[in-house]
Design a protein around this ligand. Sequence first.
Ligand code: HEC
Ligand code: HEC
Length: 142
Amino acid sequence: MKKTIKNLMIACVALIFTGTAIGAVDSLRGSQAIPEMSKEPAKMQQMVVKGGVDRSYKQQPPVIPHDIEKDKIDLKVNTCMNCHSEKTFKAKKAPKAGDSHYEDRDGKMLETLSARRYFCNQCHAPQANVAPLVENSFEGLK
Ligand code: HEC
Ligand code: HEC
């Protein structure tokens, strides 16, 4: 019993410390209380990288090497597919969305994009030239 109480106290202290550590990270949201409306983050210039950006690891969804400020993905339109679809990619000189994007959940190949891959920016993100929020020593593929 005594041991349980002691362990519980250690856990509480650890929690307080990690809590403070997390609080110290200056996130994009800033140090605002959760119920408060946050300010709109500053608009960042999205990077344009000719030839694309090297992947950091196998199977990484490649990052988007162009501006997507004007692109739109909703129930009716997906402007990414104006350039990345099986029908348009050649004319637009864009890479076709990967073959995996045409597979349904049972592994069957479809003729058109799988619904599982419809929301491109769920996996692919544009890039901006900004300092990382926290130090990161990750080293990817060279
Ligand atoms: C006007 C045409 C066009 C539209 C619209 C467009 N793209 Fe692209 N995209 C390109 C071209 C061209 C490239 C190749 C750029 C290069 O390599 O220099 C590219 C590259 C990419 C890549 C990198 C692929 C790789 O293998 O490195 C990703 C990911 C991507 N686009 C995702 C998107 C997403 C997501 C959207 C919608 C939000 C989108 N694109 C809208 C033309 C377009
Ligand atoms: C669930 C995550 C996910 C979604 C959603 C998704 N992708 Fe991808 N995408 C990936 C991964 C992972 C890869 C790399 C492996 C591969 O090619 O399948 C990739 C690769 C790509 C490539 C490079 C293909 C190549 O041969 O080099 C393009 C272009 C691309 N995606 C475009 C898109 C577009 C456009 C959409 C939306 C219509 C989209 N993706 C939606 C995960 C995703």
